[in-house]
Design a protein around this ligand. Structure first.
Ligand code: ADP
Length: 494
């Protein structure tokens, strides 16, 4: 007679066998090896992104020629909502392969990739084989989402397990602790996504071919909405083209006053919500169709969530506009400085990260060391405390790129000189006053334009990349390149 524990054992065994039998071992879908189909699928579903599409097509071309997967993995890097997932889905569709997605965000334990040994209670297979189980074929397109959000802890490093997954030399005998049988992953087309390139563990980055996607401009978002999102939403909701109309101005209104994002996710959600409201109106009031205009949009979506500009309206001593780059895209970031009687202390507030705090220390040391040059009485430093605050204290800020903005706020404070409020600054500062290259300039520029900024002082090493920006950005921002802080001082106050 079975004891309860034996019952449990048999259940575990059954689960194991079910999983083993359920895994695809041989069944493969037949690839569609027509490169023009791939190009067509990518173009049909996605506006712009020309360079990205080109890189993907080249990548697939190699696959078709060599009849095996390229030895590097394609990794799409960019902020949320810019189309990384949907590009990967289009690739799968065009090749005629199954599409599987597993998020690696928050994975910090090797066993989440490689599974637990069955001797553990509640043992499970890892995410890779779970994905294969769902795929039901041995050659799906397998999207490894948020590969930059993996981290390691005392239980082991998931990176090494991922290296084995992605290495064509090793992955034909991938071992999962749960399954215990070698499993062949060599036919899987892996594609990874990440938000920040810097956060991808270096050994993994070496295995990848990086393709960068950046934020969309207002115009691009508008085009994406008009050419893709609206039609898709109408289809999802089963409503006909002639029952719903939206003016261009209304689309722009949503982009400007309801969303703050790098991609188009929020925009897509608002369009969906508008269409649902339109359906309700059609059903309830029996109108033929609904026409959304700039005038009536608030009736449907409620009050605007964002107002136009957020730069401080007056030129003020000790207040400087910096630029931030977050996963929501770029935005302006005020830096405020003030001082009061004290003993030379520095107070920093506004939820700043360590790098940004150090950047403020560096800025202060640089200003102290060059006090004469900036015509600041050195006694001011010893007899006062300085307080630097970066408002919206609830949002965590970090990174070195506020360096020259922090420096400028301190100098402005002690020289009593104002800064034009249509200038923003971005650049890392060194103790020698050198201005170093920063990331996310395109995103920052888009945020700056939205806030009414006309000129941005940037590191000289960033100047080249600005030449590739869309005209919409270049025509609205004057970039002033500098390599040392003395030049910033000249530009602002001489
Ligand atoms: P990500 O994976 O980068 O976070 P998604 O692929 O989920 O972004 O994109 C969010 C939505 O925006 C999807 O519905 C996608 O189809 C749409 N989208 C993003 N970029 C474009 C584009 N260039 N053209 C058409 N649709 C796009």
């Amino acid at each position: 007679q079975d004891t309860p524990s034996q019952m449990a054992d048999s259940q575990i065994l059954k689960n194991y066998l079910d999983f083993l039998i359920g895994l695809p071992w041989y069944k493969a879908s037949v690839d569609n090896d027509d490169l023009s189909m791939v190009a067509e699928a990518l173009n049909k579903e996605h506006y712009a992104l020309d360079k990205v599409k080109e890189r993907i097509i080249e990548y697939i071309a190699v696959k078709i020629m060599t009849k095996k997967n390229p030895s590097t993995i394609l990794c799409l890097v960019g902020p949320p909502g810019v189309g990384k997932t949907s590009l990967a889905m289009s690739i799968a569709q065009a090749l005629g392969r199954k599409f599987i997605k597993q998020s690696l965000g928050g994975v910090k334990d090797e066993s989440e990739i490689r599974g637990h040994r069955r001797t553990y209670i509640g043992a499970l297979p890892g995410r890779i084989l779970k994905g294969m189980y769902d795929a039901q074929t041995v050659n799906p397109v397998f999207l490894l989402d948020e590969i930059d959000k993996m981290s390691s802890d005392y239980k082991g490093d998931p990176t090494s397990a991922m290296l084995e997954v992605l290495d064509p030399e090793q992955n034909h005998t991938f071992s999962d602790n749960y399954v215990e049988e070698p499993y062949d992953l060599s036919q899987v087309l892996f594609i990874a996504t990440a938000n920040y390139l810097e956060n991808i563990p270096a050994p993994l980055r070496d295995r990848m071919e990086i393709v960068e996607l950046s934020s969309y401009t207002k115009f691009e978002k508008f085009q994406i909405a008009k050419e893709h999102l609206i039609a898709k939403q109408l289809e999802i909701h089963g409503i006909k083209n002639n029952q719903f109309e939206i003016d261009d101005e209304a689309i722009y209104h949503i982009i400007e006053h309801f969303t703050r994002e790098a991609g188009v996710r929020e925009l897509n959600r608002y369009l969906g919500s508008l269409i649902r409201k339109a359906i309700k109106e059609i059903l309830v009031t029996k109108v033929e169709s609904v026409h959304i205009t700039k005038e009536n949009i608030n009736k449907y979506l409620g009050r605007d969530r964002f107002t136009d500009t957020n730069i401080h309206t007056e030129d003020t001593v000790g207040v400087v506009t910096g630029l931030a780059y977050t996963q929501f895209g770029g935005d302006t970031l005020d830096v405020e400085a003030t001082y009061y009687r004290g003993k030379g202390g520095l107070v920093l507030t506004g939820k700043l990260g360590d790098v940004m705090k150090e950047s403020a220390q560096t800025a202060l040391s640089y200003v102290k060391a060059h006090a004469d040059e900036f015509e600041i009485d050195s006694k001011l430093f010893t007899e006062n405390d300085i307080h630097i605050h970066v408002p919206e204290g609830a949002i965590k800020k970090d990174g070195p790129s506020a360096g020259i903005a922090l420096t400028t706020a301190i100098i402005s404070l002690f020289t009593n000189k104002k800064i034009d409020n249509d200038i923003a600054l971005t650049g890392e500062i060194t103790l020698r006053g050198n201005v170093l290259k920063i990331g996310g300039l395109k995103e920052k520029s888009i945020g700056a334009i939205r806030s009414g900024i006309k000129k941005i002082i940037i590191p000289k090493d960033n100047l080249n990349e600005t030449k590739e920006f869309e005209d919409e950005i270049k025509n609205n921002i004057e970039y002033i390149p500098v390599s040392n802080y003395t030049e910033v001082f000249e530009i602002l106050w001489r």
